[in-house]
Design a protein around this ligand. Structure first.
Ligand SMILES: O=C(O)CCC(=O)C(=O)O
Ligand SMILES: [Fe+2]
Length: 200
């Protein structure tokens, strides 16, 4: 693993452009397209509900619930091909990830708006491991208090982006839409949901 630090104040962010070999990344993309029950999640924007511009699936250990649009959702069980990926990330990063949000961007119109992954269930300083498969897409980070402090990263197939301490507290991130013709992409954000089984 060759993680390179992205120099951003107040946050530990690192990128390994070649965490998976390209053949491995291609195979995983194909397998996940078939194995995952992709669905349109609903998102709330300015008080109104819309279909998110992407397909998603929340995957994890039983009890690793996920909140969106004000509702708690039970996780889909781990598809077998994600288990070695999760275990390798846990080993290399020292974080016992128990869930992953899988997002599927069918083309350049699919995207994700500015947000933070700062759900209370992830604790005050979550480490999020983001694995990208398929088409290269642009990923942007912007400091919450200083909008001039930002970074633009090209997330290629097989890359691993680690958003560590401070990254959710001090930055927002987004995956903008693009008019360029781009193929399909899957992104996997591995997370550690705390307090499993407490029901709180
Ligand atoms: O698709 C990406 O690279 C970003 C996904 C993301 O930010 C998320 O799942 O919270
Ligand atoms: Fe995110």
């Amino acid at each position: 693993m060759a993680l390179e630090t992205i120099p951003l104040p107040d946050a530990a962010v690192a990128l390994d452009a070649q965490w998976l070999a390209s053949g491995e990344a291609d195979a995983l993309l194909r397998e996940l397209i078939d194995a995952v029950p992709w669905a349109n999640h609903r998102v709330r924007l300015f008080g109104r509900e819309h279909d998110a511009p992407r397909l998603s699936c929340w995957i994890g250990d039983p009890g690793a619930q996920y909140r969106y649009s004000g509702t708690r959702h039970a996780p889909h069980p781990w598809p077998p091909m994600l288990v070695p990926v999760r275990d390798r990330l846990a080993r290399e990063l020292g974080v016992p990830f128990n869930s992953v949000l899988a997002n599927r961007y069918r083309d350049g119109r699919d995207c994700m708006g500015w947000h933070r992954d700062d759900e209370r269930d992830l604790g005050p300083a979550p480490v999020i491991a983001s694995v990208s498969l398929g088409a290269t897409r642009r990923f942007v980070l912007k400091h919450v208090d200083r909008p001039a402090t930002k970074a633009t990263l090209e997330l290629v197939s097989g890359s691993l982006l680690v958003m560590g301490e401070g990254s959710q507290q001090h930055y927002r991130h987004a995956l903008p839409r693009t008019a360029r013709p781009v193929g399909e992409r899957i992104n996997l954000t591995f997370r550690l949901v705390k307090g499993l089984g407490t029901g709180g």
